[in-house]
Design a binder for this molecule. Structure first.
Ligand code: NAD
Ligand code: DAU
Length: 353
């Protein structure tokens, strides 16, 4: 059995759903269902006894210790985190609590469990920590994409909290021999992406006839990876990754934000034209920039390709078409999110910006 944390969020739920396409091994899914956790993502597994959902916090040492022992867990995949940069700017505390203290508690509890295993089980055990390219800071226009050797230069409370967790994970390998492996991935997109992040926000606002907010000059660059490719990379690293190593994961898809926004508008114009024939691009609105906004991220994914044989399956063009189609087909999922605390966040981040 494996323990997945944060498996009701965007990437975690895609990982859980995809896992059962190629494995019968059970998953315990530990998630405390913050605003970003959504059990609707996992509705198709509601009668599937391969999936055991537990509502709880990664920082809860008693609960986690019980789960590890009871289910004889052989690996942990740690997705649980606060993940939105803008929220970390308006309220950093939760990021320290979950990403730093939560990861620390999870490491401590897992290390104690690992120490109780026999030598054979110990050698097979893995703690896979899911992290981000944002820990490396911001690239200049002509800089080489981030490799695993880049120094850490986090610039937002979010990326600083993820960097802190990465350092703790690293130290547990070097100090205790605890068998960790870390992935640092670029921007994901795809089904079940919470509409506070750029791509789903653009789709949702476009369809609602609302302004499509572009921060600053819109020329910031991100390196986009379809979420199912990230999930396949994590499965690959879990199976074949060397302990103590880190692997950068990316799609070789650098795009300016404004290109992303215009591409989505083009797809919507084609698939779901407005009654008045006006392009969705007319809703694009430049707004005040994000404080400390990183200019460019890009991942050099050569190591995971060369050492483990992983390559992404989707191009940006194929992935974004699938993504827009998913949102058009899943209006109930969107409406249910919008009926919760989502509106308060939109007001806090955009009203009077
Ligand atoms: P998300 O915000 O959609 O989901 C996070 C999940 O973690 C939610 O289900 C939430 O309920 C849960 N969670 C939060 N705090 C918890 C706690 N204390 N205990 C248990 N569960 C808790 O995030 P995501 O976009 O799916 O990202 C998942 C992981 O991947 C994060 O660690 C993030 O840093 C990393 N990552 C994300 C991206 C991206 O583009 N989204 C890229 C690279 C890395
Ligand atoms: O790089 C990996 C990271 O990607 C992950 O670690 C984070 O968890 C994930 O949220 C994402 O961070 P970003 O800050 O890059 O993603 P976001 O979707 O918030 O923003 C993408 C870009 O679009 C960024 O340059 C800011 C810009 N943006 C975002 C929003 C929400 C806008 O221009 N307008 C917006 O309204």
């Amino acid at each position: 059995m494996i323990l997945v944390t944060g498996g009701a969020g965007f990437i975690g739920s895609n990982f859980v759903l995809d896992w059962f396409n190629s494995s019968q091994e059970k998953i315990i899914n530990l998630d405390n269902l913050t605003y970003a956790g959504n059990l609707e993502n996992l509705a198709s597994l509601s009668d599937d006894d391969r999936h055991i959902f537990i509502k709880g916090d990664i920082a809860d040492e008693i609960l986690v210790a019980d789960l590890l022992r009871k289910y004889e867990v052989r690996a942990i995949v740690n997705f649980a985190a606060e993940s939105h940069v803008d929220r970390s700017i308006l309220g950093p505390k939760a990021f320290i609590e979950t990403n730093v203290v939560g990861t620390f508690n999870l490491l401590e509890t897992s290390r104690a469990y690992w120490n109780s295993l026999d030598e054979k089980q110990k050698s097979k055990f893995r703690f896979l920590h899911v992290s981000t390219d944002e820990v490396y800071g911001s690239l200049g226009a002509d800089d080489h994409p981030f490799t695993e050797a880049n120094r850490y230069e986090p610039n937002s409370p979010y990326s600083a909290s993820k960097a802190a967790s990465d350092h703790l994970v690293r130290s547990y390998f070097h100090t205790y021999g605890f068998p960790v492996v870390t992935t640092n991935c670029s921007n994901n997109y795809g089904p079940y992406h919470f509409p506070e992040k750029l791509i789903p926000l653009v789709i949702v606002n476009a369809l609602d006839g609302l302004p499509i907010p572009v921060y600053g000059d819109g020329k910031q660059i991100r390196d986009w990876l379809y979420v199912k490719d990230h999930c396949s990379a994590i499965r690959c690293v879990l199976e074949k990754g060397a302990t103590g190593e880190t692997y950068n994961v990316g799609g070789w898809n650098e795009k300016m934000n404004i290109q992303i926004v215009e591409t989505i508008c083009d797809i919507l114009d084609k698939r779901h034209p407005k009654a008045d024939g006006v392009s969705y691009k007319s809703q694009i609105t430049y707004v005040k920039d994000r404080p400390g906004h990183d200019r460019r991220y890009a991942i050099d994914a050569s190591k995971i390709q060369k050492d483990l044989g992983w390559i992404p399956q989707e191009t940006f063009e194929s992935g974004i078409e699938k993504t827009v189609a998913w949102y058009l087909d899943n209006s109930t999922w969107i409406e249910n999110i919008k009926s919760g605390s989502y509106r308060q966040w939109i007001d806090a981040n955009y009203f009077g910006r």
